[in-house]
Write a protein that binds this ligand. Structure first.
Ligand code: NAD
Ligand code: TYD
Length: 356
């Protein structure tokens, strides 16, 4: 048995690959990892697997139908786990085209390849096959302060080019199940954080900027709320859904950890004050309020009762344990940070934050 993972050199994908090949329950099942190595993909995330025959890395585009067909034919995976995407809201505002190309058309190509592959399967191989689509809570749009958390039946109301492209991909996945019978699973997860998180997103950006003595830019009033989940818990949720999820179903994944951005930044500063105190005083001195993101969603919150009830999944980390581990990971991996902050990263920082 083999898995075909897309986007397995990115933040969540690389954590998934590393966890899969470390877990005694799955470690004997090899992974074929198809990743374009965009700015967000990094083989250094997978350095621990160098020379390991259980990890077959293929650099390529999910939109390359011939390549995907070839991989499915050669490796006959029992499942496709689809992480590959453009994932950063701010980049989607500056340039939505790539989001449509990868998230919408790339997913379409992958579904078509999976459909053709599935049509050729029979017996146990056909019964076991799954297409697992990894998606986000952002497809549901923004919640009022007192509204109940997103359930799986919440209306789709995406507000950013990123969330619109992910919503489109979710709809394609749903349609390929209903129309063609492709055995799909979809997970919609809240904001992740943890090791190998590219420092353009809130939590890693605040950690690496603080350590470099740079400004900590909070958009608008900083009272926007996100529901944070440690990346390892997202990976364990995907494993649970892949193993036991009902075909055609959607599962919301979250940690019941709603926090305003300002609190997140203050928590990171307090941890750094403890773990790497600075002679000039608390890291909160670096906080600046900058112009808000256009169309900024005010609040996301996940109701994770379905996955808990049906599959018995629960997060292992609290926010307090997960954020401490994460800050420590960045302190211990200055070389990884320096590596991802080369060329293209600096261009993005000056485009988004000016001279910061
Ligand atoms: P990421 O940006 O860190 O990684 C994306 C990976 O996809 C990179 O390795 C990149 O090289 C690869 N990729 C991009 N375009 C590709 C293409 N055309 N062909 C092949 N590979 C390509 O993203 P992430 O944060 O790890 O997110 C992974 C998935 O999880 C995405 O689908 C995202 O929408 C979803 N998700 C993310 C979060 C989060 O908080 N980060 C939360 C919920 C869901
Ligand atoms: P982000 O990590 O980009 O995730 P998403 O937009 O997908 O939720 O941002 C998380 C929150 O942090 C979001 O409300 C925007 C805010 N934010 C800032 O305030 N400053 C920043 O520099 C960044 C990158 C994000």
């Amino acid at each position: 048995m083999t898995l075909l993972v897309t986007g397995g050199a990115g933040f969540i994908g690389s954590n998934f690959v590393l966890d899969w090949l470390a877990d005694p329950a799955t470690r004997d099942e090899p992974i074929v990892n198809l990743d374009l190595l965009s700015y967000a993909g990094n083989l250094k995330n997978l350095a621990a697997l160098q020379g390991d025959a259980r990890h077959i890395f293929v650099q390529g585009d999910i939109g390359d139908r011939a390549l995907v067909d070839g991989l499915l034919a050669a490796h006959r995976p029992r499942a496709v786990v689809h992480f590959a995407a453009e994932s950063h809201v701010d980049r989607s505002i500056h340039g939505p085209g790539e989001f449509m190309r990868t998230n919408v058309m790339g997913t379409f190509t992958l579904l078509e390849a999976a459909r053709a592959h599935y049509a050729g399967l029979s017996g146990d191989d056909r019964a076991a096959f799954r297409f697992h689509h990894v998606s986000t809570d952002e497809v549901y749009g923004s919640l009022a302060a007192d509204a109940p958390a997103f359930t799986e039946s919440h209306t789709y109301e995406p507000n950013s080019p990123y969330s619109a492209s992910k919503a489109a991909s979710d709809h394609l996945v749903r349609a390929w199940h209903h129309t063609y019978g492709l055995p799909v699973l979809t997970t919609n997860c809240s904001n992740n954080y943890g090791p190998y998180h590219f420092p353009e997103k809130l939590i890693p950006l605040m950690i690496v900027n603080a350590l470099a003595g740079k400004a900590l830019p909070i958009y608008g009033d900083g009272l926007q709320v996100r529901d944070w989940l440690y990346v390892g818990d997202h990976c364990s949720a995907i494993r649970a859904v892949l193993a036991r999820g009902r075909v055609g179903e959607t599962y919301n994944v979250g940690g019941w950890n709603e926090k305003p951005n300002r609190e997140i930044v203050h928590t990171i500063c307090a941890l750094l004050d403890q773990l790497r105190p600075h002679p000039e005083g608390p890291y909160t001195r670096l906080i600046t309020h900058v112009t808000d993101r256009p169309g900024h969603d005010r609040r996301y919150a996940i109701d994770a009762r379905k996955i808990e009830r049906e599959l018995g999944w629960r997060p292992a980390e609290t926010f307090e344990s997960g954020i401490r581990k994460t800050v420590q990971w960045y302190l211990d991996h200055a070389d990884w940070v320096a590596d991802v902050q080369s060329g293209g990263y600096r261009d993005w920082m000056s485009k988004q934050y000016g001279a910061a």
